[in-house]
Write a protein that binds this ligand. Structure first.
Ligand SMILES: [Zn+2]
Length: 183
């Protein structure tokens, strides 16, 4: 099942919608414009008066009317964090399955580190255990890439695995992070 990328009036990505939510937005006339090749049409009921069947041609990206509520704050969860770090351990550089990765706090929480994008990295269990409550310097475990806060385009890309071509094209125009892994 496809999902629809929601934009605010300024064109900033603001979430993923289910097909049902997108249909509702059309029904409420909240859609300012759509981008991308139409998805398979959605048919509604037969209209009593005209006898016509209602039909909505959804597009994969829709901009919705409405107020813009402040700056986009990318939600932090392990799934998106591990995707940001390419499922690699930031310390040994090897790739791991999700189940073998952990969220490591570069500056440990016990030492005042925050649970924020710029202080968290994917780490394999072995490296995380070895590092313990030390800083990378103390543990002599340099970071192979720099943690970054994804912008709204990057975050929407990271948060969803079934992205359509048009959505990818739209999101990738604003990818800012360029990462060089020191491996
Ligand atoms: Zn590792």
């Amino acid at each position: 099942m496809s999902i629809v990328l929601k934009l605010d009036v300024t064109g900033q990505p603001r979430g993923w919608l289910t097909i049902n939510e997108a249909v509702l937005a059309y029904a409420r006339s909240d859609v300012l414009y759509g981008i991308g090749d139409p998805l398979p049409p959605i048919f509604g009921g037969i209209q009593r008066i005209s006898g016509a069947r209602s039909r909505i041609d959804l597009q994969p990206i829709i901009a919705l009317e409405g107020r813009v509520f402040g700056e986009f704050v990318p939600r932090l969860c392990n799934r998106t964090l591990f995707r940001r770090d390419d499922h690699r351990c930031i310390y040994c550089g090897k790739k791991f399955a999700k189940s073998n990765l952990t969220r490591d706090h570069v500056q440990p929480i016990s030492r005042g580190g925050k649970d924020r994008w710029e202080n968290v990295v994917a780490a394999c269990k072995r490296c995380n255990f070895h590092k313990g409550s030390q800083t990378p310097e103390e543990a002599n475990m340099p970071l192979l890439a720099i943690p970054f806060i994804p912008n709204s385009f990057e975050w929407h890309f990271l948060s969803e695995e079934r992205i359509l071509g048009d959505q990818m094209e739209y999101l990738s125009t604003q990818f800012k992070a360029e990462r060089d892994w020191a491996i």
